[in-house]
Design a protein around this ligand. Structure first.
Ligand code: ADP
Ligand code: MG
Length: 478
């Protein structure tokens, strides 16, 4: 028996890898075999539950494969094995101290290093909620498809989100992986999908949706470990129809939570359930996420939300001003859309401040009041781009020499990029036309003026060219 046990341990070690083995499996000892049952001891209840959940089946299979008549494995806490001290337990609980206080009774955690004799027990209501598969993190009622403004940068992601909301688990759309920079609408789209699926007339009438941030997933997982309810945790998660995890990048470096997510993910996909994930990067760039997880994440639909364009910013501002019911002059909207280019959240924040201010003082929103109320925000967003940077970027982009920005050459292939650079210098800096002219080989201010209007004209007539210039502008602005 001891030889068989040694072989089984050797196999497990090879299968799970050294680190995992040392964290979880090394402390298993064979207490004996009684009839068809092998009895394995572990030092704590905590470990027992974890091992039962994670390795119970595998252990049984390995024993059966030994052909010694063992059909069951009982993992028990060795007598004298006290209750687990969460801080001393291996693995997930040794993860970095959690930064945020938790509001939910279920997600009981405390800073690492602070030991307790008893793991916290979740309240009966919380346990009940979990057992019902009631995973819903509250959805923001403002984040629906109706209030999502669609434009070039997000139309693909939006279309994918719609599709999944209307028909979960469509071929090619599972998992749906949405990614994009901060404040560009990932969470908004995720909530929209969840609302739509939950709506009685939605694509998933009667389906259960679990939406949560990756951070929350981790808290819940750790809490389940501590309260010895990992089985409930697993079961309730695996019983949902749609699992949505927001900000997956949070799982980077959280190996045990990642592992758990991976298993949940696979279990759900195997059952034909829909997964939706968001992240700030595409799967391929999520360094620190296990390869197999990255691979699986990338094998459905990957859709990115690009940085906003001026047009989208205007549309969003218009929509928000209308829904706030406060008249905002177009000049103000244009001003904001030009000035606040970082993301939608900041744009929205600025508009909300303007509106709040107008309501508070009973005054209309004007360009002056806008500059006044938002002076701090606007200063932070002041473009500090220099003419030199613009010349450099534009020269790189069109593959001409930097010196041609100030040279006298008039060939179209250098003259046009030079004009683009002048145009951008006028748009993005507060330099005057003569100042700009000076930086471009001492050209006259009328030359700059001509370049600016020529480029504007070309952009009007040629969408491809306009896009090119917009792209340069965006690169320079960020
Ligand atoms: P992310 O999750 O990508 O960081 P959010 O979804 O939280 O961004 O969006 C930030 C804010 O901007 C939210 O208030 C959201 O409603 C708003 N927002 C983002 N994109 C749009 C859009 N296309 N239309 C309307 N509102 C948007
Ligand atoms: Mg978000």
């Amino acid at each position: 028996m001891d030889a068989a046990w040694a072989r089984i341990r050797g196999r497990l070690r090879a299968e799970v890898g050294e680190a995992e083995y040392r964290t979880w499996l090394r402390q298993l000892t064979l207490a004996g075999v009684e009839g068809e049952e092998a009895i394995v001891h572990v030092p704590s209840r905590f470990l027992r539950d974890w091992l039962r959940g994670q390795y119970g089946d595998r252990l049984r299979a390995l024993w059966q494969a030994e052909g010694l008549g063992v059909r069951r494995v009982d993992i028990r806490v060795a007598s004298g094995g006290g209750d687990p001290l969460p801080a001393a337990a291996p693995g997930p609980v040794a993860e970095p101290a959690l930064a945020e206080p938790l509001t939910e009774p279920l997600a009981a955690t405390r800073p690492a290093g602070e030991a307790r004799a008893e793991p916290p027990k979740p309240s009966p209501e919380a346990r009940g909620a979990e057992a019902r598969g009631d995973w819903a993190a509250p959805l923001d009622p403002r984040f629906t498809f109706d209030s999502f403004v669609v434009g070039k940068p997000n139309e693909f992601a939006h279309a994918c989100a719609r599709r999944v909301a209307e028909k979960p688990n469509s071929p090619g759309f599972n998992p749906l992986f949405l990614y994009g920079g901060v404040g560009l609408g990932k969470t908004h789209l995720m909530h929209s999908i969840a609302w739509a699926i939950r709506a009685p007339q939605g694509g998933g009438a009667g389906r259960s949706v679990a939406y949560m941030s990756a951070e929350k997933f981790m808290y819940r997982f750790i809490a389940a470990l501590r309260s010895q309810s990992t089985m409930e945790f697993k079961e309730s998660l695996r019983s949902v129809d749609v699992l949505m995890i927001d900000d997956l990048q949070f799982l980077i470096g959280k190996d045990n939570t990642q592992e758990e997510f991976f298993h949940t993910f696979n279990a759900l996909v195997d059952q034909g359930k829909q997964i939706v994930v968001s992240s700030d990067k595409p799967p391929s760039d999520l360094a620190g996420l296990e390869d197999r997880l990255r691979t699986r994440l990338g094998c459905g639909m990957v859709a990115d939300i690009h940085a906003t364009t001026y047009e989208l910013r205007i549309s969003i501002l218009e929509a928000k001003a209308v829904s706030a019911g406060v008249p905002v002059p177009p000049k103000v909207l244009e001003f904001l859309a030009h000035k606040i280019t970082s993301n939608v959240r900041e744009l929205e924040g600025a508009l909300n401040r303007l509106i709040a201010h107008a309501n508070l003082f009973g005054r209309p929103v004007t360009l002056e009041s806008c500059q006044d109320v938002l002076h701090d925000v606007l200063r932070a967003h002041d473009r500090r781009v220099t003419i030199e940077e613009i010349q450099k970027r534009v020269a790189e982009h069109y593959n001409i020499r930097l010196t041609d920005m100030s040279s006298a050459r008039r060939a179209r292939n250098v003259a046009r990029p030079r004009q683009v650079a002048m145009y951008l210098a006028k748009q993005l800096t507060s330099r005057s036309l003569p100042e700009i002219g000076k930086k471009f080989g001492n050209r006259d201010h009328t030359t700059v003026m001509h370049a600016v209007s020529r480029i504007a004209e070309l952009m009007q007539g040629d969408a491809g060219f306009a896009e090119d210039v917009e792209l340069l502008r965006r690169m320079l602005e960020t």
